[in-house]
Design a protein around this ligand. Sequence first.
Ligand code: NAD
Length: 236
Amino acid sequence: MKFKKIVILTGAGISAESGIQTFRGPKGLWQKYRLEDVATPEAFARQPDVVHAFYNQRRLELAKYRPNAAHYALAQLEREFPGEVLLVTQNVDDLHERAGSKNLLHMHGELLKVRCEACNKIFNHNGPVFSSTACPGCSQKGYLRPHIVWFGESPLFLEEIYAALKSCDLFVSIGTSGTVYPAAGFVLLAREAGAWCIELNLEPSAVAELFHEHYYGPATRVVPNFVKKLLALISD
Ligand code: NAD
């Protein structure tokens, strides 16, 4: 078996066939909303209830989406691969965990969590939040915010992710446009560490030329095929 340590980065494209809109592209969320109005700390300071309403709606909608064959294939890979598999997702949905992935880092936060800016604690939350909602920890009102990394904020778990990238021998990027940094730069770090880099996406991403190997097509087809091939290598 060639590989021992795999890091997989996923983006909105892996959840697209589950029905969740990607951000960019003709049907993307940013065609309907201005990111400056709903996804920046400044927007939240200016109009917290508008920002809460945007995330309340997305949290509510999450229940109607189901993991797809690509999410399930990655969970199977984690279960059956004899080495290490770390899944790093830019997605704030919970489809990877519902499919069974365990070794998972949400670098841009999670829709089903809120954070209190007064006591700094993070809570699981599956319902609407308003600026009048009291923190379940410290009881203060007006301090809860979506546990989402907004534009201009630093992604989560970066130290852990960089350490994993520096020591992996296979890096796989799935369903991401390669336009949001630092995630778009992960391939470069993995390459520098000597990892083999593979891109699975609907179309070439903005950083496609940095990958050694590419498979293009819908995630529900391309990802299960890829996992099957990788697991077949175990018996070689
Ligand atoms: P993006 O919208 O910029 O790009 C999505 C990529 O997926 C594109 O390259 C597109 O070609 C590809 N794609 C579309 N349909 C696909 C399919 N069926 N199969 C395979 N690939 C497909 O999204 P991104 O690169 O993840 O951008 C990063 C930002 O988007 C992050 O901040 C992330 O938090 C956010 N985001 C998350 C969700 C979610 O949680 N599901 C949804 C939208 C955006």
